[in-house]
Design a protein around this ligand. Structure first.
Ligand code: URA
Length: 244
């Protein structure tokens, strides 16, 4: 694959921009373990596993992008936010500009979290992965740490597990698990993702969500060493945990 096409596929802009980056000496590629500057934009390289640097920043080629973001409070999961900054502003430009079937679409969030919800958010440009992670039919468990306004009683926990009716659907929704952390805190596991689902479930049992943090999807936990606003690529081991 030509170097300019590799850069294009990784979101560095249209091909003319990518070949310009190379010709102007902004790109280094790793050949036999060593970073080498090249000005040949048609240089033929094996893309899989290729490490390279653009304007001094290190990158690695990924045919499909899989990313984990620690969503901070006060951000919206929309590309066109209405009242708060978009989570997409937390990602570097190439991740927002990766082409997908010849359209510049970048990575897309796998489902959405409310603006005040924090925690684990996945993004990808692999449509099958997005579907597998977000479809209610796939039953991928997502665990939310819920800070409740009122003490969470045993009856509330029972009702959350048995199922509560939300206003827009006669079919009850139930938590797959509900673990009491302390008097006002529970870990609620859901396998679907209806609009404001946790908040509406808590309201249905006579309580109120004061803080919401998603810390686990499938077998993957939000890494303890990450700070709100930080992102990183998902590793093969992370993807395995998501499948588990
Ligand atoms: N349920 C909610 O109410 N909000 C979220 O952000 C996620 C789940």
């Amino acid at each position: 694959m030509q170097l300019q096409d590799i850069l294009y596929s990784q979101g560095f802009g249209i091909r003319r921009v990518c070949s310009g980056l190379v010709q102007q000496g902004w790109v280094e590629v790793c050949v036999e373990g060593e970073m080498q500057r090249t000005t040949d934009s048609a240089l033929d390289l094996e893309p899989e596993g290729l490490k390279f640097r653009v304007q001094g920043v290190a990158w690695e080629y990924y045919e499909k992008g899989y990313v984990l973001l620690y969503k901070p409070a006060g951000t919206e999961c929309s590309q066109k936010p209405s009242a708060h900054p978009s989570i997409y502003t937390l990602l570097p430009a190439p991740l927002r500009q990766r082409p997908n079937k010849n359209a510049i679409q970048g990575l897309q969030a796998v489902g959405r979290l409310d603006q005040d919800t924090t925690g684990l958010l996945l993004l990808s440009d692999d449509g099958q992965f997005i579907h597998r992670m977000s479809s209610p039919k796939k039953h991928v468990p997502k665990v939310y740490r819920v800070a409740a306004k009122h003490a969470v009683t045993a009856q509330m926990v029972e009702r959350l597990l048995a199922g509560v009716v939300l206003d827009d659907d006669p079919k009850p929704v139930r938590a797959a698990a509900c673990v009491q952390v302390d008097e006002h805190t529970i870990d609620l596991t859901l396998t679907e993702g209806k609009y404001h689902q946790v908040k509406r479930m808590l309201a249905a049992v006579g309580n109120r969500v004061e803080g919401l943090h998603r810390w686990k999807i499938g077998g993957l936990e939000l890494p303890a060493d990450m700070q709100p606003g930080q992102w990183r690529w998902l590793t093969a081991a992370d993807l395995e945990l998501l499948r588990a």
